[in-house]
Design a binder for this molecule. Structure first.
Ligand code: SAH
Ligand code: ZN
Ligand code: ZN
Ligand code: ZN
Ligand code: ZN
Length: 464
């Protein structure tokens, strides 16, 4: 079954949202971007292989990099499959036809003309998610539309457009104002001037609107996102249609150049990349793309930052910590809980239903990143970082060990801190939920394949 239905999710993933690749989980493993990969409308497809017990098994195949739901893109091809000439031609034609009705260039022209219309002539079709000119009204008469689109609305496209919430593909979860503002404050306080916003349209929008209001606001942003609807509101210097799972610029060389130009300004100095990918995402594919973006930045370094990495904030759930550190060993996870507007589960503790599991991973020094004391964060002088109020410094581990914001407890038998809801099970010889069923461990862990523990306590899931 295509790229969908990646391995079962472990207990480390309390929401069960992350169908991402887990080595050995009896599912699919990502092999990555092959040089001769065939393309679907979302750019080069990724190579996968079926696995069982951590071993590669069976035929390798290509599937769409962006859509893990076959309903969104059903591209599939065996690696060793002979594809006939007619099918190749049909595929090319399909990919061409799949393109959006207007190009980015056309959309930029349309925007220029749209703002010249009197307010009463400015409409937005909610069904087609498109700005409408009076000559186009007729075609959309039986669609729902908004009238009198103001300049303010045009400057907040993330509110005008409906969020694409389909979990498996776009997973568009917008930052709550409080979290977006905190990110921007951090960026400013750390002295950055340019933000490469990869899948963070709301942050981009906040920066754009402040930049257009105040002359003393010096931060600039370039948005890279697969959501082409944004091309209606931003120029080619402000938005690139981009796929972060295969580092594909839909706008070709010109778009890549625009991104390059943005990174190279000011000799590559004072740039930070901020990204908030869909959580179902394949960490390996994302990491490969981010490394390529980092390499693009590095090409700027005639002098200075040759041995440095482009600073980055990667926003992702805490239970992916070990996966992210595998690819980016210089990263650390901050305690700050990122909140969302349209995600019932991930709202702030006091107002929402529960604490958010989403964190900031960064290659900046954690002690430099000041978290809001009003929200209970405090500085641990031993760990040299800000931690959440519930995160107690454990004398035995000599670190602030909580990952989820709750106070964790130390287990002397396990020799580490564990979740407050866990108890030491003598049968399994490790800590687990009291309600767990003791599994025979000789078969090896379902997640990592190693013996000695089972899936619910697999160290690869939640701790390092
Ligand atoms: N919290 C962010 C939005 C994150 S939601 C904010 O408020 O700004 C994830 C974002 O990634 C969405 O904007 C979505 O369109 C984008 N996205 C999803 N899949 C993508 C892909 N394959 N390549 C690039 N962007 C993608
Ligand atoms: Zn319409
Ligand atoms: Zn500490
Ligand atoms: Zn401890
Ligand atoms: Zn224990």
């Amino acid at each position: 079954e295509g790229g969908g239905n990646m391995a079962a999710s472990g207990e480390g993933d309390p929401e069960g949202l992350c169908g991402a690749e887990r080595p050995g989980a009896g599912g699919l493993a990502l092999l990555g971007l092959a040089p001769s990969a065939p393309s679907c409308p979302h750019g080069p497809a990724l190579l996968f292989v079926k696995t069982s017990q951590g071993k590669e098994e069976g035929r390798r195949f290509y599937a769409c990099s962006a859509c893990r739901d076959r309903k969104d893109c059903n591209f599939f091809q065996w690696e060793d499959e002979k594809v006939s000439e007619t099918r190749l031609v049909a595929r090319e034609e399909y990919n061409r036809n799949y393109q959006p009705p207007f190009t980015h260039r056309q959309n930029v022209e349309r925007y220029k003309n749209f703002v010249l219309l009197p307010l009463s002539k400015r409409r937005f079709c909610q069904e087609c998610q498109q700005l409408l000119f009076p000559t186009e009204w007729e075609k959309h008469l039986d669609h729902q539309f908004l009238c009198n689109i103001s300049i303010a609305q045009l400057k907040s496209p993330s509110q005008l457009l409906y969020p694409l919430e389909n979990k498996k593909t776009n997973a568009q979860y917008l930052f709550a104002d409080r979290s977006c503002q905190l990110l921007l404050d951090l960026i400013i306080d750390l002295g950055f001037r340019r933000v490469l916003s990869v899948g963070t349209p709301r942050l981009h929008e906040m920066i754009q609107s402040k930049a257009s209001q105040g002359e003393d606001f010096r931060v600039r942003s370039l948005l890279l996102d697969i959501d082409f609807r944004y091309s209606q509101f931003y120029t080619e210097d402000e938005f690139c249609h981009y796929n972060m799972f295969n580092h594909y610029f839909f706008g070709g060389e010109a778009a890549r150049e625009a991104c390059m130009k943005f990174l190279h300004q000011d000799n590559g100095g004072r740039v930070i990349m901020v990204t908030d990918p869909p959580f179902g995402g394949l960490v390996g594919a994302l990491a490969a793309s981010f490394k390529k973006l980092m390499a693009m930045w590095k090409e700027t370094g005639k002098e200075g930052h040759n041995n440095q990495e482009m600073p980055m904030f990667w926003i992702f759930p805490y239970f992916f910590e070990s996966r992210i550190l595998e690819f980016f060993p210089s990263f650390s996870m901050l305690d700050y809980q990122v909140d969302y507007d349209n995600h019932a589960l991930y709202k702030h503790g006091k107002t929402g239903r529960r604490q958010s599991p989403v964190r900031i991973f960064t290659n900046l020094t954690p002690s430099m990143i000041v978290l809001p004391v009003e929200e209970g964060y405090r500085f641990c002088t031993i760990c040299q970082r800000y931690v959440s109020s519930g995160n107690q410094h454990c004398e035995i581990c000599n670190s602030c060990t909580s990952k989820d914001g709750r106070r964790w407890k130390h287990c002397v038998l396990c020799k580490k801190c564990v979740k407050p809801s866990w108890f030491h099970c003598n049968n399994c010889n490790c800590c687990a939920l009291q309600s767990h069923t003791c599994e025979k461990t000789d078969a090896g862990c379902f997640v990592c394949g190693k013996a000695g523990h089972k899936r619910s306590t697999c160290p690869s899931l939640s701790s390092t």
